[in-house]
Ligand binder design. Structure first.
Ligand code: AMP
Length: 494
């Protein structure tokens, strides 16, 4: 029995699977190359038996063929991040206890020495692939497939382990909800070491027999050029990317803007996720593209859990309802279900939920309560739709006994004419528990005093939500995913 992804691919042999700026590759190409790579990885053994294979390859056909090759050889794929410095790469390689490293020649400098130091097998993607394909092992879907390291905003990154079965559930849930078909064509501009890029875009596309157009790196002008071509049906991105695309649109000529908008209008669906989508961004994008972005909520550990509907009304500021095969509940600090309208922690159950943090049974045990995964995110259900209030750890601030959402305050601050970006954090304080503080990036050469800021904010927010301290910064600290690293923002105030 083949893995389900391979069986699906065999139905689309001569269709384009992957397209890059240089050329297009069919499903047959992908099946053939991945079987060659699997043969090379097996190196005369019968089955990699869940050995970890870390790989660092820029977005493109080789990346996908290698990922499939690892799976077909019975290994666990450990994708590395192209923008990580050496210590971060070393952490993932050693923490996952990888036995093989596969590298694109661009990364040979760093990775060959790491492989030598740790006595690991080292393979370059430029090496000649075997022409005789070995008998590939039968890989049961209950076996481990992937380890993704979580973004690390909550301490040292942990390896999130998913099985082939988990991936199948995550993918089929989205393919059903968003009605993927083999006629779809998606532009892939997201990092390939993160769930959003690997599952929601790449694997969903290939599962459906669709075309996935990979850009070697994100560039807003290039993305707009591809959208203007008018042949895409789907687009998925994080809010930061929509902000960058909006900025380019705003400086474009009227004629170009028209063509950009027409390209968007040809698509059937545009999705935002992985972070809260500011309402202003959603509205601006709607005027540009005609699309009311479909916002969804998910996490590396669970896949996607909540989504606005493909058909029917989407609500700004909400992430909709549970996706197919996903059970969601909200509980209070004692683990009791909360009534509708009361905030609680989001807990998730279902076949898409990961099986463990890699070699960290303690963290795994802590992450579950009665078989439900504790997301650490707080939400409230209003008229049947979930609204995310923030992370329990950083974005929910307790001040003077009040529980306030940093995301909610940020949304208001972003509407200040002089504020370009902001990050609100809770900073430990003896008297208040936590004080609400805001790091602000101002528009151009604007200046802002605390007094003027507070007068403005008090008109829009309950007084206990108004930041008591502000710090004007050049830019906000972000991790490799472009997410603001709140613990670093907190340090700015200490
Ligand atoms: P990651 O595992 O890197 O995808 O991060 C998952 C976290 O991103 C979640 O636990 C949430 O805190 C956040 N997140 C994902 N989607 C959304 C969303 N639509 N709105 C707000 N936060 C989100």
């Amino acid at each position: 029995m083949n893995l389900p992804l391979i069986t699906c691919a065999e139905e689309h042999n001569d269709k384009t699977a992957i397209s890059t700026t240089d050329r297009a590759f069919t499903y047959r190409d992908l099946l053939h190359s991945s079987s060659q790579i699997a043969t090379g990885l097996l190196n005369n053994s019968e089955d990699l038996q869940e050995q970890r294979v870390a790989f660092l390859i820029p977005p493109g056909f080789e990346y996908v063929a290698t990922q499939w090759g690892i799976w077909r050889a019975g290994g666990i794929a450990v994708p590395l991040c192209v923008s990580h410095p050496r210590p971060e790469l070393e952490y993932v390689i050693t923490n996952s206890r990888a036995s093989i490293i596969v590298a694109h020649p661009n990364f040979e400098g760093i990775l060959r020495s790491l492989a030598q130091e740790h006595n690991l097998r080292f393979i370059l993607t430029s090496e000649t692939l075997p022409s005789n394909i070995a008998t590939l092992p039968e890989v049961d879907i209950t076996r481990r497939a992937l380890i993704l390291y979580t973004s690390g905003t909550t301490g040292k990154p942990k390896g999130v382990v998913t099985t082939h079965q988990n991936i199948q559930a995550q993918v089929t849930s989205l393919n059903t909800a968003w009605e993927w078909t083999s006629n779809d064509r998606i532009l892939h501009i997201l990092p390939l070491h993160h769930i959003h890029g690997i599952i929601n875009v790449l694997t969903c596309a290939l599962w459906a027999g669709a075309e996935c157009h990979l850009l070697s790196k994100f560039d807003a002008e290039t993305v707009w050029n591809r959208i203007c071509d008018g042949d895409l049906t789907l687009f998925m991105a994080v809010p930061t990317i929509y902000v960058k695309l909006i900025a380019v649109w705003e400086t474009a000529s009227k004629e170009r803007q028209k063509s950009m908008s027409e390209g968007c209008a040809k698509m059937r669906l545009m999705v935002s996720g992985s972070a809260a989508l500011p309402v202003q961004v959603l509205e601006k994008w709607q005027t540009i593209s005609g699309h009311f972005l479909l916002e969804r909520y998910g996490m590396t550990e669970i896949g996607m859990a909540l989504s606005n509907p493909l058909h029917g009304e989407r609500l700004s500021g909400y992430v909709g309802k549970p996706l197919p095969q996903v059970e969601v509940r909200l509980v209070d600090e004692k683990g009791e279900l909360v009534p509708a309208g009361t905030p609680g922690e989001i807990q998730v159950k279902g076949p898409g939920v990961f099986i463990e943090y890699w070699q960290n049974p303690e963290a795994t045990a802590k992450a579950f309560q009665d078989g439900w995964f504790r997301t650490g995110d707080t939400a409230v259900v209003e008229n049947g739709n979930y609204r995310i209030l923030g992370r329990m750890s950083v974005d929910i601030i307790k001040t003077g006994g009040y529980k306030v959402s940093a995301l909610e305050i940020e949304e208001v601050l972003r509407s200040h004419p002089d504020i370009q970006e902001c990050a609100v954090v809770g900073v430990a304080n003896l008297e208040w528990g936590e004080r609400v503080c805001a790091a602000l990036v101002l528009q151009g050469s604007q200046s802002l005093t605390l007094e003027a800021f507070r007068i403005w904010a008090k008109e829009r927010l309950a007084v206990y939500k108004v930041p008591t301290q502000i710090l004007i910064v050049e830019e906000l600290p972000r991790n490799a995913m472009g997410k603001v690293t709140k613990p670093t923002v907190v340090e700015l105030f200490c």
